[in-house]
Design a protein. Structure first.
Length: 94
């Protein structure tokens, strides 16, 4: 498990950015300590964050990235017609 500071350092993000991603339900920590509110991230979450950052680099807005996540299960399996369109969009940037 990575503390929020460690995880932010790995990806050159501010702690504030990770907190904001949590607040808007874009990228949630794997564990949030109930008494202190400290956020912890797992090794498994690295790939998800890398997808988000890659989409941001290609000009997607955070709202668009959230929509893509909504229509794709684990960033790979399409859910419905919108999910198929999401996969097409993501495959164009890979």
């Amino acid at each position: 498990m990575y503390r929020i500071g460690e995880f932010s350092y790995l990806y050159k993000l501010t702690i504030k950015t990770l907190r904001y991603y949590d607040e808007i339900d874009l990228f949630k920590p794997s564990y949030k300590e109930p008494y202190t509110g400290y956020r912890y991230y797992s090794e498994d979450q690295k790939e998800e964050l890398e997808h988000i950052l890659k989409l941001k680099d290609y000009g997607f807005t955070l709202e668009e990235i959230k929509d893509l996540k909504t229509h794709m299960s684990m960033w790979g399996r399409a859910e419905g017609r919108d999910g198929a369109m999401a996969i097409q969009a993501v495959s164009k940037i890979n």
